[in-house]
Design a protein. Structure first.
Length: 600
């Protein structure tokens, strides 16, 4: 039996397994709308799933507008904006848009939830106050006669407000990160949950949490395994024999040349190993696990399943000892000088965010370097926005908007959420990975740079990034210069254009002026009041396409100072389309000379 026969046989077994699995599912995933959160255990959706599919107190329902709703005992209904099953958080808001009013009567003690990141705040009714950064205005509770503010209870007594304000209520709210500080969110609330019997890593290991029986409240982690097969080593032996024969018949001059190149490469590799060794000695205090190359071989089953190939090396499917699936990037150490490897570990190893891919560990054995990441089953975004046999994206416009917002939040975290600002320098569809629910995660930090938040620019010694996504100031700064975090904003804008057009942009900086430049075409259509000619599948698709396009145009403004910050981008994406003004034409400056460019 040949390898191909074995693969065909296993493919048939796999398809039969899938059919059997789907047929046997009594609790399929559900949702109120395509853009709404996916509903699965411990939650269950009324009228769409049996009650036995969920845990008591976790019932959800759909509104007439297809919003996902949850009933909190004695507190009423709330809209479910999102559910994070990995970290066991549910994000709720008020259907009428005034969460501050609901917080005054909210009581979660009779529910299975608790408020995550809880802080105590005082609500004040004031006459007229300006210039007080400690006070957070609550517009939905205010009127022309009085203004309502929230203030942290820990600082309330130290404020001299008795003459102009009086106490209204005290509330508990969760944290929402702002680019300036941690501020309370009175527009949405984070609730967490815990259920004994199923840890949060169950689904990561390939399992599903469920009740042990219809009449039981005990929870178990059910894990199904697919059949495996072993491949024949005959092809490998044939390759070894052919290579050996080839070496024997190579002429002597060629052999000497090859030996010289090998010696030179070994010398270079030794320098890289010394550099990495010094770096790793300073890195011991950080969290990712260091694996041996034997560990990497074991977790990948000797690199049996290849996921992809790039200029950096190859990526293989693997599994940790606890069953967690991983993606192992085996680096080609003949390229670069080790900087990409140390960059990746030092930067991504210290950060944790839902929209940034997680680094589990690394390998640095002699000449072998590898990085071990969480496994993303839907691979990268480019597979969906550049489909091979279609002129339109396979993802819905609602999903594209969800992905755009997630990527923006990830970049905002890199720019504002860490001790030091992180510039990625390579935001593009290939570096946006998608989990099983199409939540985006930014990956590949090989080109990233760290610099203090108090500094507005970072120095670069060479052009960084991928052609087509590189900001103009990076090109025109030459081989050395200063650039700001707005370079990532530009790359993000080009990413949005490709998501809207489902096609690769043409790069004007490398002589593509004879070809149609899609971003310029989009701007001209919007400036003339024309639609983008998208094929609508549901109401609102055109609005989403227009919103993504307008935000993209703002992000690719030629002058970096005219580009918004990523926190502003998030506000634009989460707001209403009609409130977004069309920015100036960023492509009118393409004829400017290099000396006319305002780099900063």
């Amino acid at each position: 039996m040949t390898i191909q026969n074995v693969i065909d046989f296993q493919l048939i077994i796999f398809l039969l397994y899938l059919c059997h699995g789907e047929a046997g599912k009594s609790c399929p995933y559900a949702a109120c709308s395509e853009e709404g959160p996916s509903v699965r255990f411990p939650f269950w959706l009324k009228d769409r799933q049996p009650e036995s599919c969920g845990y008591p107190g976790f019932a959800l329902s759909c509104s007439k507008r297809n919003e996902t709703l949850i009933e909190i005992p004695y507190s009423g209904q709330f809209v479910v904006a999102d559910i994070d099953y990995e970290y066991q958080n549910i994000y709720i808001s008020d259907p009428k848009g005034c969460m501050a009013r609901r917080l005054m009567t909210l009581n979660v003690t009779s529910s299975p939830f608790m408020i995550s990141g809880a802080l105590h705040f005082i609500l004040l009714n004031c006459s007229s106050i300006t210039g007080r950064p400690e006070l957070l205005p609550l517009d939905c509770l205010s009127s022309s006669n009085h203004l309502v503010y929230a203030v942290n209870a820990s600082t309330y007594m130290s404020l001299d407000l008795l003459s102009s304000c009086h106490f209204t209520a005290d509330v508990t709210s969760s944290l929402k990160f702002s680019h300036k500080a941690f501020m309370p969110s009175f527009y949405d609330l984070t609730l967490g949950w815990e259920i004994a019997g199923c840890d949060i890593g169950c689904r990561v290991r390939g399992g599903e949490c469920r009740l042990k029986g219809n009449n039981s409240l005990e929870v178990e982690c059910s894990i199904e395994h697919l059949p495996a097969y072993k491949s024949s080593p005959s092809e490998a032996w044939n390759m070894i024999i052919r290579v050996s024969i080839g070496i024997l018949i190579i002429p002597l001059p060629v052999t000497l040349t090859v030996l010289y190149l090998i010696r030179s490469r070994r010398s270079q590799a030794e320098k890289i190993r010394r550099k990495i060794k010094i770096f790793l000695e300073d890195f011991r205090s950080l969290h990712p696990t260091r694996y041996s190359f034997a560990d990497v071989q074991k977790m990948t089953n000797k690199f049996r399943k290849k996921l992809g190939q790039g200029g950096y090396g190859s990526v293989f499917k693997g599994e940790l000892e606890n069953g967690v699936p991983v993606a192992v990037k085996l680096l080609d150490n003949s390229k670069g000088n080790g900087e990409d490897f140390t960059n990746e570990i030092s930067i991504i190893g210290r950060i944790h965010h839902v929209n940034v891919v997680r680094l589990f560990g690394y390998c640095a054995d002699e000449s072998e370097q590898a990085l071990v990441y969480e496994f993303m089953p839907n691979k990268s975004l480019d597979k969906f926005i550049f489909p091979a046999n279609s002129n339109r994206p396979k993802l819905s416009w609602g999903k594209l908007q969800h992905i755009a917002i997630g990527v923006a939040k990830g970049i905002e975290y890199l720019h504002q959420g860490c001790d030091q600002r992180i510039l990625h320098f390579d935001i593009k569809p290939q570096n946006i990975l998608l989990d099983i629910d199409f939540n985006p995660k930014i990956s590949d930090f090989g080109l990233a740079k760290l610099f203090p938040k108090k500094e507005s620019v970072v120095s670069i010694t060479a052009v960084r990034g991928t052609t087509g996504y590189i900001a103009p100031e990076v090109y025109f700064s030459g081989n050395i210069g200063n650039v700001s975090y707005k370079t990532d904003v530009y790359s993000y804008g080009m990413l949005l254009f490709e998501m809207v057009g489902s096609k690769r942009n043409k790069d004007l900086t490398v002589g593509n002026t004879s070809q149609v430049y899609f971003p310029q075409w989009v701007y001209n259509r919007l400036a003339n009041g024309e639609d983008l000619g998208i094929k609508e599948e549901k109401d609102g698709d055109d609005d989403i396409a227009k919103k993504l396009s307008v935000v993209a145009i703002w992000c690719v403004q030629w002058d970096p100072s005219n580009r918004p910050s990523m926190s502003t981008v998030i506000q634009m994406l989460e707001g209403r389309t009609r409130s977004l003004p069309l920015p100036p034409d960023p492509f009118a400056s393409l004829s400017l000379e290099e000396s006319d460019l305002n780099v900063l």
